[in-house]
Design a protein around this ligand. Structure first.
Ligand code: ADP
Ligand code: MG
Length: 682
């Protein structure tokens, strides 16, 4: 039957040369292409009551014509027809543009149904659709397609109607019967009819539900099949770590791991023991204690005779890791090294030598770790911190320095689960969703410029008590935009304000990285009380004595970024404060500020961010590699995605899926996608 569906769309009656061209532009060549072109919405012609219709909404109402229509010609073949109609209690003025031929149909006393935009203020409807017949001759819903060129909706609908009537029955069901029954999904033929020409709202909803699930299932099957193949094909190393040594390490810490830290440690340990290589994303909110988990896992690799590497995006961060890891691991006899862009030539040469001969157990550093001359003796585990800062390419290079070492990506950017199982679908995900006990919640306030003096008073009090403060300004680069607070200006303003009482530092993206490091070091050693900075402090830095943060023009930042910034305070034993200085003009901006004040949980904020900005924007343009779905919507269809994922996992792991004829349809699609031949899906 497939051959029938492959017939050219030009065989349908009414598809002339012009229409064929337009269809071509819509990538519609065959009957099958046409049938799989879904409407993006439906016009709703169900009769409504005007009293319940919001301003500016399209609505269909029925009423009696109460006046003789008047037509005004506007020149250039344009006209405006106006008539009075009584719809329920409302005597409304109905206006039609360029449809003066309706005049004869709208005689006083006629009962008509009119569709148009309801303008409450002016009491009129801009009519675009009219029907004079009795109600049951009209369809309640009409599909609206994104047609190209001058192809009218009515024509396109007519083609679709023909295609479905002639060939709709030939479309084969791809979903197994069992799934249709379990989830009460519409069978394919009904679903196609329902997605194009639903007889009622419920049918439209059910048709959509079926295609959403099918689309997400196809997508998840690809991801899960890919994951399964990777596990079967790649020969990684079994890292047989020493359990008792690892236990001793945990006992040496001044605190007990949180439940969430223990959970992820177990997940990672299980991966280390597997013969295929680990590909895991570790998500944990700022301050959730990822570093100690990384240290423990690197130590585990060392106890099994392997080397480990920890890569950070900035020198400051790499140094901080080096300090922490040395303090924790040197007592256990490990040899650690730090390799960054500032490592002197001689020291560097020595480190490279000792890495190559296996003298060094763990190396920490920046992208200096992935230079071509850096070689390892036996690299078993690679961890990257703040992974979103690294390009895919850099990660791959580091990974290839060993023979398929295990790889753990850490990130403090909470990625909503919805996105992480799509974008990072091939990765396993571990989440630290708990902060160490005793952390005080950061007090967040949203203030206006008028309260500036109060804020300064509060900041002074904190500093007088021995604490430190961050003052964050939006990007310095945007100097052409006069309304952006310039970091230099703020720095000068504060310097004048505190006239010599405190030491103030300035940091921004224009400084060289050694200057940045120098300023940061001064701040972390307590020589500076205030650090005026652009968002360059956003990543990972840990100065527990800093308890106060003021963010200028906070409305200019996204929620995820504000949350990252705020995470620089609240890292010690003292109560911390975050002040958002903002005067947002848009409702969305206001909502962002309110969310920041009300929520401290990074994952909840990320979900909110996603809701406010939409998935396309979440990771910033293009970079994301977000899959595009035809019907599904990642925000609203989150539960379907989760279900599809679970089903896909079960399927690819079952013999049944690969053999049973019930799954032939799904298998065929998977084969067609190229995934099974080792092609990547992104
Ligand atoms: P992040 O996940 O943001 O990288 P860090 O690893 O820098 O967080 O940890 C933040 C702080 O919490 C550090 O000072 C660390 O020593 C401390 N910490 C980590 N785990 C625990 C724990 N289980 N109990 C108490 N403090 C902890
Ligand atoms: Mg960190």
């Amino acid at each position: 039957m497939a051959s029938e569906l492959a017939r050219p769309v030009t065989e349908l009656s009414g598809v002339g040369k012009a229409a064929a061209e337009n269809l071509e532009n819509m990538h519609i060549h065959t009957i099958e292409d046409l049938i799989w072109t879904f409407p993006y919405r439906h016009e709703d012609y169900r009769l409504k009551n005007l009293a319940e219709t919001p301003h500016n909404e399209r609505v269909t109402v029925e009423g009696r014509i109460e006046s003789i229509p008047t037509v005004m010609f506007l020149g250039n073949r344009k006209s405006r027809l106006q008539v009075q109609m009584l719809a329920g209690q409302h005597l409304v003025k109905v206006v039609f543009f360029n449809q003066n031929y309706l005049k004869t149909k709208l005689e006083p006393g006629t009962i008509v149904a009119v569709t148009g935009k309801w303008d409450r203020g002016r009491q009129l409807i801009n009519g675009t659709h009219i029907s004079c017949g009795p109600k049951d001759e009209r369809a309640d819903f009409e599909p609206v397609y994104s047609v190209k060129g001058k192809l009218p909706q009515t024509k396109f609908r007519h083609f679709m109607r023909q295609a479905l009537d002639l060939y709709g029955q030939d479309i084969e069901e791809q979903l197994p019967q069992e799934l249709l029954v379990n989830y009460k999904l519409l069978p394919i033929v009904e679903a196609l009819e329902g997605v194009h020409f639903p007889k009622d709202a419920e049918t439209a909803k059910q048709a959509r539900r079926r295609f959403v699930y099918e689309e997400l299932l196809d997508f998840q099957l690809k991801i899960q099949a890919l994951r399964k193949l990777r596990k079967e094909q790649e020969h990684g190393m079994v890292i047989h770590y020493d359990v008792s040594k690892l236990k001793a390490f945990f006992e040496s810490l001044p605190y007990e791991l949180t439940g969430a830290q223990k959970k992820v440690v177990n997940e990672i340990c299980r991966d280390l023991l597997q013969p295929h290589s680990m590909n895991r994303l570790l998500q944990g909110d700022v301050g959730s204690g990822k570093t100690v988990v990384a240290a423990a896992m690197l130590y585990a690799a060392v106890t099994a005779g392997f080397q480990g590497a920890l890569m950070a995006p900035t020198e400051i961060l790499a140094e901080q890791h080096a300090d922490s890891l040395s303090e924790w691991l040197e007592p256990f006899g490990l040899s650690l090294a730090l390799l960054t862009g500032s490592t002197k030539t001689k020291a560097r040469r020595e480190i490279l030598e000792r890495l190559a001969n296996g003298d060094i157990d763990i190396v920490m550093g920046t992208h200096a770790l992935i230079q071509p001359d850096v070689r390892f003796h036996k690299l078993g585990l690679v961890i990257t911190d703040e992974q979103h800062r690294f390009g895919v390419e850099q990660r791959r290079v580091l990974k290839e320095k060993g023979e398929n070492p295990d790889v753990l990506f850490m990130t403090a950017t909470p990625i909503p689960r919805t996105l992480s199982i799509t974008v990072f679908g091939e990765m396993d995900v571990s989440i630290i969703d708990e902060l160490p006990a005793g952390r005080k919640e950061i007090e967040t306030h949203w203030v206006k410029q008028e309260q500036f003096n109060q804020i300064i008073t509060k900041m002074t009090t904190e500093i007088a008590a021995g604490r430190q403060a961050y003052v964050i300004c939006p990007l310095i680069e945007e100097s052409d935009k006069l309304d952006v607070q310039n970091a230099v200006e703020v720095y000068e303003q504060l310097t004048t304000l505190f006239h010599g009482k405190f030491n103030i530092g300035l940091m921004h993206g224009r400084l060289s990285s050694s200057d940045k490091d120098a300023v940061m070091r001064e701040f972390s050693e307590g020589n500076l009380q205030v650090l005026v900075s652009t968002t360059v402090v956003e990543v990972g830095v840990n100065v527990p004595n800093a308890t106060f943060m003021m963010i200028y023009d906070a409305e200019r930042f996204g929620l995820a970024q504000l949350h990252q910034l705020r995470g620089r305070v609240g890292r010690g034993e003292h109560q911390s404060y975050c002040i958002l200085l903002a005067d947002p003009k848009s409702d969305e901006g206001k909502e962002r500020m309110i969310s920041m004040v009300e929520m401290t949980d990074g994952f909840r904020l990320a979900e909110k961010d996603l809701e406010l900005r939409g998935p396309g924007d979440f990771f910033g343009r293009k970079q994301s590699g977000m899959p595009e779905f035809k019907v599904a919507d990642l925000i609203h269809d989150y539960r379907a995605l989760e279900t599809a994922r679970q089903d896909a996992v079960k399927m690819v792991d079952s013999e049944d899926f690969w053999q049973n004829p019930n799954y032939a349809g799904l298998r065929k699609k998977l084969e067609k996608s190229g995934v099974l031949d080792g092609e990547r899906i992104d």
